[in-house]
Design a protein. Structure first.
Lengths: 178, 401
């Protein structure tokens, strides 16, 4: 991941990949597959749908690598493709028909996990867009600028979503505790 | 903030599955992605087969008992307890042209059952794959390459979609609308054309409207041969709806349209069967979290109604709206949107799975799930309510507890 963080459109590996070097492409994108999978899982709520969306994103990344703008970091660019692919899946008639509520599935409660269930419930009630931003920033530890690039929004909008999500989680937790 | 972050991450972590051998998964993905069409097609075929299997299982697992009762639940009241499960054992004996509701029989995981809209007849329906892409009456079923009737008889072959059926069935039950091209992988997008297709014949282009992009969805929300209208909706790549057009099918004339800036776009646009009413569902972005609303526009594009909840679908005549609170479990209802009268309410805490309008009738079929079912990954364990326009319960097919 460290390598992917620093790679942009002027990296030697990038040039090799654009020239058709599959090994270079794999070296570039490979470290991003796991976060991509986890992101897709959080959006689609289904492991197999997540794998399929991630694979499709890899295909598109391979095809579109030459379109990466100079200076654009690779990770948010690739995650943006994953996000868009997942959005497309969510919009299909099939997905809507079997709609998994917001694709975020709260964990089953266990006697020692009441607090986690509370936060999971609160998360499940968050607007989808806000939860997406929170997942990228908290769970995948993307900086605000990369969250913004991955979601195709401005940095201030990304910051606003994360702030709003945090703000909403606290009253929810208070309510649950009451 | 650190405590919150840790708790949030714990919750996110618990919602993640065990991906197993990640190196193996990664290698398989790259191999498939980089070896071109063959591998991708293989994956797609695998997906299609999986979807078909899931569909059959979904429909089959979803139901338990079938009850006909003449009671009318109060909007807030719980449904009457159901009778003992009675899985179907004989084939539904109605003509292939009779509209039916398809559902599943949990006692037989691979069995699809159907019932007539009056709830009087039910039985096994030996439908072919493609059940999810049936016309409103469930008399014809399409895949990306063929159309069959309910008995499985081939009706027509053609190119009906790149990966899956891309059409939106018309209300004449015979034709469907589609956007061409099905896909566009290049940059910048290409003009999209609304077409109407009569199975067995070449598509007829109606009008160029919107564009097809790689990451943007342009879809037909309503296709009405009977009302001579269609509604086309184009989304933003980043989510939300960008614009929609109401089109006269016979002339291609754009009757009215609404376009939105990205920051003010509705989360979803839903059209009535005949394209006469269009609901714009908006996320409020404010507390309370469930506070989303829907504004309904009439035949000429003027605002005709507003609801505090989202409109997810309309009854066939457009007078009733299936409502919920967005994509989270909340109150599901059937509402006369003109005067706000709640005709029927689901038990509290249920989430809408899907709905269907009775063709040329007034009843609505509504599938609902509990929050518990949703959280434990059981999206197919739905209760099916068939509700008459006056709120009377026509049928209840109880899902898995």
């Amino acid at each position: 991941v460290a390598q992917a963080l620093s790679v942009d459109a002027v990296h030697p590996l990038f040039e090799q990949a654009v020239a058709g070097d599959e090994a270079a492409f794999e070296a570039l994108i490979g470290p991003l597959v796991e976060p991509a999978l986890r992101l897709a899982q959080s959006m689609l709520g289904d492991r197999w749908e997540a794998e399929d969306a991630t694979q499709e994103a890899i295909t598109r990344a391979w095809r579109k690598l030459g379109q990466l703008r100079p200076g654009m970091p690779l990770r948010p660019w690739f995650l943006a493709i994953v996000v868009n692919q997942c959005r497309n899946v969510r919009r299909t008639r099939w997905f809507r028909m079997i709609r998994i509520a917001e694709a975020f599935q709260a964990p089953r409660p266990s006697p020692n996990a009441i607090e986690r269930v509370d936060i999971a419930r609160a998360l499940a009630r968050l607007p989808y867009a806000d939860r997406q931003a929170l997942f990228l920033h908290f769970y995948l530890e993307l900086p605000i600028e990369e969250v913004a690039l991955a979601l195709g929004i401005s940095a201030s909008a990304a910051k606003g979503r994360i702030y709003r999500a945090c703000h909403r989680l606290r009253p929810d937790l208070v309510e649950e505790n009451n | 903030m650190d405590d919150l972050r840790r708790e949030v991450n714990d919750a996110f972590e618990e919602a993640q599955p065990d991906f197993g051998d990640l190196d193996g998964v990664r290698e398989r993905m790259f191999r498939a992605a980089l070896t071109g069409h063959g591998a991708r097609e293989g994956r797609r075929l695998q997906l299609a087969a999986g979807l078909a299997a899931i569909l059959i299982a979904a429909i089959a697992i979803a139901t338990f008992a079938y009850v006909r009762a003449g009671y009318r639940p109060s909007p807030e009241g719980p449904p009457r307890p159901v009778q003992s499960p009675t899985p179907s054992s004989k084939v539904l004996d109605v003509p292939n042209s009779t509209p039916v509701i398809l559902y599943g029989d949990p006692a037989k995981p691979d069995q699809v059952d159907g019932m007539t809209w009056d709830g009087k007849l039910s039985g096994i329906v030996p439908v072919a794959p493609g059940t999810d892409s049936g016309n409103p009456a469930a008399t014809l079923f399409a895949t990306s390459s063929e159309i069959r009737d309910r008995s499985g008889q081939l009706v027509a072959t053609g190119n009906y979609g790149a990966k899956f059926f891309r059409g939106t069935w018309a209300d004449d039950e015979q034709q469907f609308c589609q956007m061409a091209p099905f896909d566009h992988l290049g940059a910048g997008g290409v003009p999209a054309t609304l077409q109407i297709v009569t199975p067995g014949q070449a598509p007829r282009s109606i009008v160029q409207v919107g564009r097809i992009y790689e990451q943007v969805v342009t879809r037909v929300a309503a296709c009405s041969v009977l009302a001579d209208r269609a509604v086309v909706v184009q989304s933003y790549g980043g989510g939300g709806e960008a614009q929609y057009w109401v089109v006269q099918l016979s002339t291609g004339k754009i009757l009215w349209t609404r376009k939105f800036a990205a920051l003010h776009s509705p989360a979803a646009v839903v059209a009535s069967r005949d394209g006469m009413y269009v609901a714009e569902n908006v996320s409020s972005g404010k507390l309370p979290i469930t506070g989303a609303g829907s504004t309904i526009y009439g035949p000429d594009g003027k605002e005709v109604g507003h609801l505090a909840d989202w409109v997810e679908a309309f009854s066939w005549d457009g007078s009733l709206a299936v409502t919920d609170q967005g994509w989270v479990p909340g109150k599901v209802g059937l509402v006369n949107w003109r005067n706000g009268t709640v005709v029927w309410s689901a038990p509290a805490g249920y989430a809408l799975q899907r709905s269907a309008a009775q063709p040329e009738g007034t009843s609505v079929a509504i599938w609902i799930l509990t929050a518990g079912q949703l959280s434990t990954g059981g999206p197919f364990q739905a209760d099916l309510y068939v509700i008459a326009a006056d709120g009377q319960l026509v049928s209840l097919v109880r899902g898995t507890p």
